[in-house]
Design a protein around this ligand. Structure first.
Ligand SMILES: [Zn+2]
Length: 68
């Protein structure tokens, strides 16, 4: 996770909101349509919320499998 310089906008296709966070694009691309050719993906508040929600769900599934 990294800080985002001012003026950078969200990497998700069709979104031009201000980015608040940068993440490894390979991880973000699993859930949202961002370009994997860039190392970092920049997310706005709203897309970061979505990303957290979706990645949390997957982590919970993994934990559930691990217990079996
Ligand atoms: Zn966005």
């Amino acid at each position: 996770m990294g800080k985002v310089a001012k003026g950078v906008s969200c990497s998700v296709q069709g979104c031009s909101d201000k980015a608040v966070i940068s993440l490894a694009s390979a991880n973000v691309a699993k859930y949202l349509s961002v370009s994997k050719s860039e190392k970092k993906a920049y997310l706005c508040r709203e897309h970061y919320k979505q990303y957290k929600k979706m990645s949390k769900h997957e982590r919970e599934l993994e934990r559930a499998r691990f217990r079996l």
